[in-house]
Design a protein around this ligand. Structure first.
Ligand code: T6T
Length: 326
């Protein structure tokens, strides 16, 4: 190859790389989680830290309530700004958020889903493939772990009740599924009641759990599938004076859940890794913008299983959802 030609190519490559770096420098990312709660607030810390490390700008909008009616207009407004390159979001419904997010993509904004997914979550061969990736918990497995924890706590027999948030949400739906699966397969002497749906309101969760406790005098355990469900379920057990008698397994490591663990109301807390989800999602945006084409379509972030025996271990306690100033 003539030297001149080589030089020209090198210059072109340098220019292209420079352009990519510049494009990356200017990345503007929308962050649209599900609802205001400690889980997503910790995720926001992860998003912000990665954005700071990479020099990106983030526009965060957190819906005050859970649901398609709350999330869609906020998403539409983020799209209408016209300045976002990526949106990192937790779709609040598996099917109904497909069209609004497809519209965002059609407007030139790439989508990364965190914590919850669209369709069946199989972005390679499933019905929805346009998101770059799903980064979050394996919630079916989390439900299985919760079932085993609760089954052990109640001695392998009796009635257990599931309190959850909404139908057709991949995260809590997966937890309900994994929980019911293990109980049906491995614990023939356990009967599962529910789920009731509290619509992400801990007061509803407390009322619903209280009603079940009144109706089912021999209830042995409760599985609260997220922050609000576990909080309300724990409260109902306390209100009924049944702390330590009715066992509670709490998904999500809030301060409230840990307090209930320390007070013997909750037997096991399953901590997700929202900081990791947020941080990695921004890294994925950076990698995609830089031309990386082999990003995994699904990244499972794992859990920390917290109980009274390991809670004082700093390697475990670091997964409690800590929001500065709260
Ligand atoms: O449990 C988390 C999250 O994983 C779920 O998708 C919705 O509820 C939480 O945000 C907790 O409130």
């Amino acid at each position: 190859m003539a030297r001149q030609h080589l030089l020209a190519l090198t210059a072109a490559a340098t220019l292209a790389l420079g352009a990519a770096a510049q494009a990356q420098e200017k990345l503007k990312i929308g962050f649209l989680p599900g609802v205001v709660d400690p889980f997503y607030q910790v995720m926001e810390l992860g998003v912000n830290k990665a954005a700071e490390d990479l020099g990106f700008e983030v526009v965060t909008q957190i819906p005050p309530t859970w649901g398609v009616e709350a999330q869609t207009p906020i998403l539409d407004a983020l799209v209408a700004r016209g300045d976002l390159d990526y949106i990192i979001t937790a779709p609040v419904e598996k099917d109904q958020m497909v069209a609004p997010l497809q519209a965002a993509l059609d407007a030139g904004i790439k989508i990364i889903t965190v914590d919850t997914f669209l369709g069946d979550g199989d972005y390679v061969g499933g019905p929805v493939t346009f998101p770059i990736s799903y980064i979050g918990s394996d919630n079916v497995e989390g439900g299985r772990i919760s079932a085993r924890g609760l089954a052990e706590a109640i001695g392998g027999k009796g009635k257990v009740y599931i309190n959850s948030t909404n139908p057709n949400v991949s995260s809590v739906g997966g937890r309900e599924q994994g929980f019911a699966e293990v109980m049906a397969k491995d614990y023939p002497d356990i009967t599962v009641i529910g789920p009731d749906y509290n619509l992400d309101d801990p007061n509803n969760a407390a009322q619903q759990t209280g009603a079940v406790l009144e109706r089912e005098h021999d209830l042995a355990g409760v599985f609260g599938t997220n922050v609000f469900s576990a909080q309300g379920a724990g409260q109902a057990v306390i209100n009924a004076g049944l702390g330590g008698h009715v066992q509670v397994v709490a998904y999500d490591a809030t301060k409230d859940a840990i307090e209930s663990l320390n007070n013997d109301v909750v037997t096991m807390v399953l901590a997700q890794k929202p900081f990791d989800m947020g941080y990695m999602a921004v890294q994925f945006a950076a990698a995609d913008a830089a031309g990386v084409t082999s990003l995994p379509k699904r990244v499972e972030t794992g859990f920390a299983i917290i109980d009274k025996e390991n809670i004082s271990d700093p390697e475990v306690a670091r997964f409690i959802y800590q929001v500065p100033g709260q």
